[in-house]
Design a protein around this ligand. Sequence first.
Ligand code: KG4
Ligand code: ZN
Length: 333
Amino acid sequence: MSTTILGIESSCDDTSAAVLRDGEVLSNRTANQEAHRLYGGVVPEVASRAHQINIIPVVDLALKDAGVDKQDIDAVAFTRGPGLIGSLIVGVSFAKAYALSLGIPLVEVNHMQAHVLAHFAEPPKPAFPFLCLTVSGGHTQIVRVRSHLDMEIIGQTLDDAAGEAFDKTGKLLGLDYPAGPDIDRIAQQGQPVFEFPEPQVPGLDFSFSGLKTSILYFLQKRRKEDPGFIEKNLADICASVQSRIVSILMNKLSLAAKETGIREIAIAGGVSANSALRAALKATGKEKGWNTYIPKFEYCTDNAAMIAVTGYYKYLNGEFAGQETEPVARWKV
Ligand code: KG4
Ligand code: ZN
């Protein structure tokens, strides 16, 4: 007998639905919310309303793509947290109502655990134990993964997330939100000629707030000397900031690999779409003899396929949620 899972993701500004059959992704549909570009960041109220509008069409599309009838779904997996409460409420309420009406179980999913398990959406899949650097707009973590459902954070950011470092730098440079993809693209025309300091944080933890401040002071000083400084040097500034963010991430990941002796190394989350980080992981992996795992682009940023994958493993393990489940803004893996 086969198992079909409907996955629902609505933790931030993407409304996504996916269908998974016996661990294989049949469909993965996402509605992005362009409105936030105008505001320079995600506006929670705007995000909740857009989820409300998008969720039914997105689920219908995912079922249609998969060629699956809703009567064939065995369970609804949904993101319970962490994320924006108003956004989560839409997905959680939808999942509860859908499961109730179909008489099928609910599976609640931790969004950060799902980013890690995005590696199981398609081969090649990492072998256990592996390390995963999960880098998104809200989190930066090094996770030691012992099995699908047994993972532990061994390092994390003390302040801003890596994605935030990209997005806040973008704001200083006058780029639209989210700035990560633009910085990545613009950096390809430049060279990392400007030196930004590497934060001195002990152990496997990260800090990005000092970097943001040093970029701000650097830009203020240079613009005083030349008001056109940013426009003339945009590509080099982007390349320099990106190169520093990537070196901060890679240095900690190398330390984690050394300390744990683990050589199966993965990256996940929105920032794992970054071309410089992907190249650095491949190069360092080659040098150090790691097996490296980089998700396909559609599984890097927020998506429901990773929610369905995580839901599938929890389903097999008999981990179900009741109708009393509610969203949580903060939730550790
Ligand atoms: O995982 P994600 O889609 O949502 C969260 O759970 O936060 O990550 C979004 C973050 C944003 O900060 C965005 O700027 C960043 O991922 N991002 C990138 C790239 N693509 C997305 N950062 C750097 N380079 C990229 N190519
Ligand atoms: Zn995410």
